[in-house]
Design a protein around this ligand. Sequence first.
Ligand SMILES: [Mn+2]
Length: 357
Amino acid sequence: MVLDLDRCIESLFKRQLLAESVIKEICERTKELLMNESNVVHINAPVTVVGDIHGQFYDLLEIFKIGGYCPDTNYLFLGDYVDRGLYSVETMSILTCLKLRYPDRVQLVRGNHESRAVTQTYGFYTECMKKYGSPQVWHYFTDLFDYLTLSVVIDNMIFCVHGGLSPSIHTIDQIKVMDRFKEIPHEGPMADLVWSDPDPGREEFAVSPRGAGYTFGSLVVEKFLHENGMDHILRAHQLCMEGFQVLFDDQLSTVWSAPNYCYRCGNLASILEVGVDGERHFNVFEAAPENERPSAAEVQRAAMFANGIPTGLFSGVGSNGAMTSSPAAGNGNGNGASSFLTTAGMDPTQDAIHYFL
Ligand SMILES: [Mn+2]
């Protein structure tokens, strides 16, 4: 098949969907490319780092406007491309095309939502069905997810990952030898990298209220950085009202790139520009202008997914998919569908959303 990537990218920028057969081809080729990437991809600054996007395609277009277009700007995306927003298909399509077109200038790290289980609950599966009338596109993209790398190191100084650290990973070399080509497991080191969160109130690891991964404190961060000769941990995964958060005496930062998350949280977003001298600059931005935003009716449909309204496909959803918990609803044991059902009935404005991103 002759594939004109520049034309694909151009139509996506014009908000036109790609044909199913084109997505199949693009995913096949991108898998072959990703297969050869390490679980820890080493890159150099300058690079612009993007946190969670969650299908907010219009805000992604805004990011390119602010941060620059490919290949003039190098991009590192930290995962959670899909679910919750209304345009996961467009978001994944354009990111996949850009990766394939500029493989050394675009890096895509896997987030906890790049998973079959989670996307059946939080919107991506339903969106694919609605836009293509069959689950094929969902299959192509979720098969591709299994090939995404788990982490990136910038200039041998900054360790980048979607979620955070794991009690079973002490060195970056340990990540390099993991078998990542599979669905994200419910537990273990691979799950921890995409699910864990820092906890500034602690020193060590503790059970996570999300029901997957761990929380980790200041001593864990210090030890990991020291043992691996790094300066900083850079991650996404948690909503920050100001668009970013810096913790542990500037040893860890969170970058969040979905402004007005779920079209109702009222938060800012940011992208992080890492300069050649290792300098870090957060470029903060608001939601895309009014006339480029989805309609009220579309937003209402999106609200359905905000708290994980079921799509009728419980079978594939394990403890990750359930994401048990808001503190109110969850028992923290990762107990699949039952706690999931509890969250489904919750007040959609409740900030429990913070806990099961
Ligand atoms: Mn996440």
